[in-house]
Design a protein around this ligand. Sequence first.
Ligand SMILES: NC(=O)c1ccc[n+]([C@@H]2O[C@H](COP(=O)([O-])OP(=O)(O)OC[C@H]3O[C@@H](n4cnc5c(N)ncnc54)[C@H](OP(=O)(O)O)[C@@H]3O)[C@@H](O)[C@H]2O)c1
Length: 334
Amino acid sequence: MTPAKNRQIVVAEIPKGKLAPENFRLVESPLPAPADGEVLVRVRLISIDAANRAWMQGVTYRDAVTAGQVMAGLAVAEVVDSKAPSIAAGDLVFADTGWQEYAILPARKLGKVPKLEPMTHLISIYGIAGLTAYFGLLRIGDPRPGETVVVSAAAGSVGSIVGQIARIKGCRAVGIAGGKAKCDWLVQHLGFDAAVDYKAGALPKALKEAAPNGIDVYFDNVGGGILEACLFQMNNGGRIACCGFISAYDVASPPAGPRGVPSVIVFKRLTMKGFILTDFYAERDKAIAELGSWLKAGNLKIEEDVIDGLENAPRALIGLIAGENRGKRMVRVG
Ligand SMILES: NC(=O)c1ccc[n+]([C@@H]2O[C@H](COP(=O)([O-])OP(=O)(O)OC[C@H]3O[C@@H](n4cnc5c(N)ncnc54)[C@H](OP(=O)(O)O)[C@@H]3O)[C@@H](O)[C@H]2O)c1
């Protein structure tokens, strides 16, 4: 049965500086029935990602989000009605449904996911967070036992898992996060070897104390000054996995920099490589199995930050950029 009405969060205006609630509008609209080859889904959990904000800045690895459209966002959703043979009502899927209660999408744009409990794990450990941490660290960072791995935005969804995988692989894990409470949590709860509060100032000195043997792998979620500080403390032959640059997502014009590019990269024979999670989708099943085995064995802790209500999605994203979250933030829609 197709419900008559849909609730959607629409982009009212592309932000010129910091993202604000006024950049979004909640609307109610009629819901048509799916056409041939299409599927109607009910959105259950929306993944709130720093990248959502980056998509509003222009074309990235996907089309830009523009004013007037439903805010883009990845979600776990349940199939309500299907006009495609490959998908049936009741199936659970992962897709870019956008921020809305229901979506009608071509069947080819949906990825079936297993029904597991808790469903939130499909967004956290088995979703973007876990897979980005897994592939970014292991395939781009290439950590070896005994090495030092530093990760920024360490108390966030990707970073909190990166540090734990580094420990599993026999490395020293150092997190960079904002505030003492997050740093204490990284060490005391997640088992990081050390954590550095970048908001406390004197980052280079604090980093040197936390990583006295230098940095072999830097997993960069932030860019800017934190990337620069890490760059100068890299060991010869070190690897920098460029995952994101959140310090430049919510500003009118990103600052120039960092210093040390390319000089330090040359002198220290560093490898700096960007990646997008989807580059590794073909290997997803293997990654999910391994992440699951670490979780079961108690070697990996997953922190989920679930906010209820579609209407709260804008403030969930604004708060994520401000550093409100620990672990994977998501919005429960229904
Ligand atoms: N390449 C890929 O395929 C891929 C996939 C997923 C995510 N990512 C990237 O991974 C990074 C993390 O994204 P996420 O969605 O998982 O968010 P998240 O890490 O759960 O949350 C973002 C965190 O970033 C920190 N932060 C915000 N502004 C900062 C700044 N100016 N300097 C330092 N830290 C800052 C905040 O924590 P503090 O309190 O510590 O400041 C905040 O909690 C982003 O760069 C994102 O683009 C990339």
